[in-house]
Structure formats: structure tokens, C-alpha cells
Design a protein around this ligand. Sequence first.
Ligand SMILES: [Zn+2]
Length: 264
Amino acid sequence: MIKHSIALTRQSQGLWFIVNKGRLYMTEDGLLPQGRLGSLAIAVDPEQICWLGEYQQQPCYLVVDHDQVTDDSVWHSARNLLNQDEMLFQLAARALQVALFLQTHRFCGQCGSAMHLVNWELAALCNKCGHRCYPRIAPCVLVGISRPGQILLARSTRHKAGFFSILAGFVESAETLEQAAVREVKEEVGVKISHLRYMGSQPWPFPHSLMTGFTANYQGGDIVCQPNEIAEAAWFDLTKLPEVPPVETLSGKIIRYLQQKNSR
Ligand SMILES: [Zn+2]
């Protein structure tokens, strides 16, 4: 639950998640600023601050900074927090997604009137037509496909050469997570899978995904890449992998889980 109006003064202490266009303000040491509101390096209107939660007994606040970025070097991706602390990354994910919600729901998508924030839940409401919006969350499936000793990895057209991961895709309207997993794998690399097993989930604020992870068994079919999305895909020996996502990400966790399972 987010409180929209908190009695903050320049003396208020906290850990500050300052967001500008999907990026976070970080100090020279790569940390989030903490301490008094008045000591922050940017101009902040205390009315514009949202409470996010607590981290190590410290209150955490979101500050949405709409100003033009002058010094690019202080704005960083939340990915930088992934290897610091899972809880910190989760708070950052919340900050980024709430900031995006506030920025993109100023006007009603149904009638075009100005919207305002509901004071008891995180929602935007149009007084004219009653349209109510909540922060968007886009569910996405990750599927680690294996056959004895091997894993199917693909390189997205968005990734550099040599970097591979498990398959991923967005859930479509009125689809279950399992149906999405089977469909995405078929579409992206042309193979059939079976025995889907749920592995966990991870908020992914780029910009508002919720990753859900599965493992699956290879059932049949040759690899045929979908040209728009997949640059290359292949079976890799689980003992000899290319560069893959770090263990802090859900895809990285699934790959290492299949590796460990193979070595047992
Ligand atoms: Zn409206």
C-alpha cells in the first residue's frame, strides 16, 4: 500500500529512490542516496513523494523527477542493484513501476479528462466517467528446456553475440501461463515441450514485467528460429555453457538449477 501524502519535511530521513525516465539516481559509489530530504542533490517537492516500504529499518521513498537530465552520469539502471541485494532491487522495481504509472495515467484513456489518485489504494480515477486504472503489470514466461545433458538456449536479436538465455515471451490476453510457455517456445524456436514445472517469479521493472519461470522437457521438433525475435538458438552441453544471465535473475537461476540437476 502506498501512502500518497506523507508529512515530510526537509529534515525527514530515508532511503531515496529518485526516478527519471526509468532510471535511478545513484551516488558516485553506485548507491542510492540516503539521509535528509534537504540534503538531496535535486530539487524535491515534499508533496510529490510516495512511500515505498522499509529497508533495514529505514523508510524508503519514491521521488519522481520530471526535470530534464543534465548530468547523465548519475542516472543508472536498476539492474545495477541486482547484485547488491534482492530486497533493494524489489523496492527499486516498485519505485520504477509506480513512477511510470504516475507519468502515464495523468489523463483518462476513455474520455480524455484529467485523472486523480485514489487516496486509499494505488489507482488513478477519472471523476468524469468513472474509469479506474491500476499500475500495469505484464506477465512474461521464461522456459528452461532440457534434454539429457543439454539445454536449449537462444540469443535474442536484442542481445550481443555470444550471450544466450532461455526462451521468454509475454502472456497474451486470456491465456494461462502454461499455454503461453508452450506457444512461445513453438513460435520462437519451433520445438514441442512437455512436463512444465513452475520455478518461481521475479518483478522485472523494464518497464513493468512480472517474470514467471518454468522448466520443461524437450518433446520433439527441430530448431527453427523466428527471424524477428531470435538471432540464433542451439542445444548446449550443461557442462559447457556460453555467457548466460547472472544468477540474480530468474533465467540465470533456472539455468543453474538445470546444471545442478544434470550433475547429480
Ligand atoms: Zn474518463
